[in-house]
Design a protein around this ligand. Structure first.
Ligand code: GLA
Length: 386
């Protein structure tokens, strides 16, 4: 967010609450490859974008949390003794307070104003950015002493226990550990990461936003998670050391093909293949083989479309259209699916042409407006104290 917008946020806070706030911010994320692998203890390759959610906050010496969501111009509040899930954006705020308290942070009443420029519903994890920014801010304000990993886990728990989506750790982890111009290879089992620098001199990442979000998204997400667990249960009967799909090879899966329902088989096959692809794609990145990296992106999309079945016609159309443009190296749907964005790896010189073609074709074929975002990789969550 621009300095001017942060200055406006501070101004609004001071005018309304009559004291000086601290500022805490956290970005949204993209994911280059490794989709639906995080909750299977696998690998992911996200990076943080230069779009973020920014909080101005300060203690108010009460037991009440008062929140002004600037962009919606809505004010809401709750007391710390009543932190049950509620509808709307306030739910995410309550969730983070509750999860921080559960982890021993002695939170008391706070006044909050927040704003942001992470597009909502585009699969760039605006909710993780909100949770991560708030968790980071509260940890600072109340000297909670939680590590960055604890903050990511608290933010993820807010999503599970309040938003009701049993998400993996990727979004919150990326939002907190993001680093400028670096992609993060996260091992979701050990919860450790390696940074890889992404050389943007010749290529660029561009998001094409379908601007649709099908309502199945969160319910189907939880269904996919259960299907993976079902697969693991069957595989465990033969291989008792298997804890989740991270431990399963394709050979093991094929061996048990007759014992696994076809739909569960497909889901497991996709996850195992995608996990392998993340490893391969990282090698391609190390070797600066962007062409190969792009091929893995296309393969990832095919798997998500046909085996994991979380794509939709708008996403498929954008990937197919990109595939026919010679200077596009790779394209795939990104995030949970059923809408949101595709992520595209493109020759830098032709980015504007790419956006023109995609926008026009999307409108011609589906009658819908497409939005495009050029990705700049920014830093992760942080606090600024004035
Ligand atoms: C959502 C979830 C993540 C991850 C992706 C799919 O963004 O929040 O944890 O599972 O979907 O890769």
């Amino acid at each position: 967010m621009k300095n001017m917008e942060t200055a406006n946020l501070i101004y609004k806070f001071e005018e309304f609450f009559r004291c000086k706030p601290i500022i805490s911010r956290a970005p949204g994320r993209v994911n280059l490859i490794g989709e639906h692998t995080d909750y299977n203890d696998g690998f992911v390759l996200p990076a943080t974008v230069d779009k973020e959610i920014v909080f101005a906050l300060q203690k108010n010496n009460t037991e009440r949390v008062r929140v002004w969501a600037l962009d919606m111009d809505e004010i809401d509040e709750f007391v710390l003794s009543e932190m049950k899930p509620r509808k709307g954006w306030i739910n995410y705020v309550i969730g983070v307070f509750a999860e921080m308290a559960k982890r021993g942070v002695k939170v008391s009443g706070v006044d909050i104003v927040f704003t942001g420029d992470v597009p909502l519903g585009a699969g760039m994890s605006s909710s993780a950015a909100l949770e991560s920014a708030l968790a980071t801010g509260l940890n600072f304000l109340f000297q909670g002493g939680l590590s960055k990993l604890d903050l990511a886990l608290a933010a993820q728990a807010a999503e599970h226990n309040y938003a009701g989506v049993k998400c993996g750790l990727m979004d919150q982890y990326a939002s907190i550990f993001g680093l400028k111009d670096q992609v993060i290879k996260l091992d979701c089992r050990s919860k450790q990461h390696t940074y890889y620098s992404f050389d943007f001199s010749e290529f660029m990442l561009v998001l094409c936003d379908t601007q649709v979000k099908h309502s199945l998204a969160s319910s189907e997400y939880n269904v996919r998670r259960e299907q993976c667990e079902k697969g693991v249960e069957i595989i465990q009967k033969k291989y008792s050391s298997v804890k989740n799909l991270r431990d399963v090879t394709l050979e093991m899966l094929y061996e048990l093909k007759n014992e696994i329902e076809p739909i569960i088989f497909k889901r497991c096959e996709y996850v195992i293949e995608e996990n392998n692809r993340v490893e391969e794609a990282c090698n391609a990145l190390i070797n600066k083989d962007f062409k190969k990296f792009g091929q893995y992106m296309y393969q990832s999309h095919e798997g998500l479309q046909h085996k994991y079945e979380v794509s939709c016609k708008e996403l498929d159309f954008l990937v197919e259209t990109a595939r026919n443009i010679p200077w596009v190296l790779g394209a795939r749907m990104m995030g949970g699916g059923f809408g949101g964005c595709t992520i595209n790896l493109i020759s830098r010189k032709r980015v504007d042409d790419f956006i023109d073609i995609m926008t026009r074709k999307y409108k011609e074929k589906l009658g819908l407006e497409m939005k495009a975002y050029k990705v700049t990789i920014g830093d992760g969550a942080r606090v600024e104290n004035f």
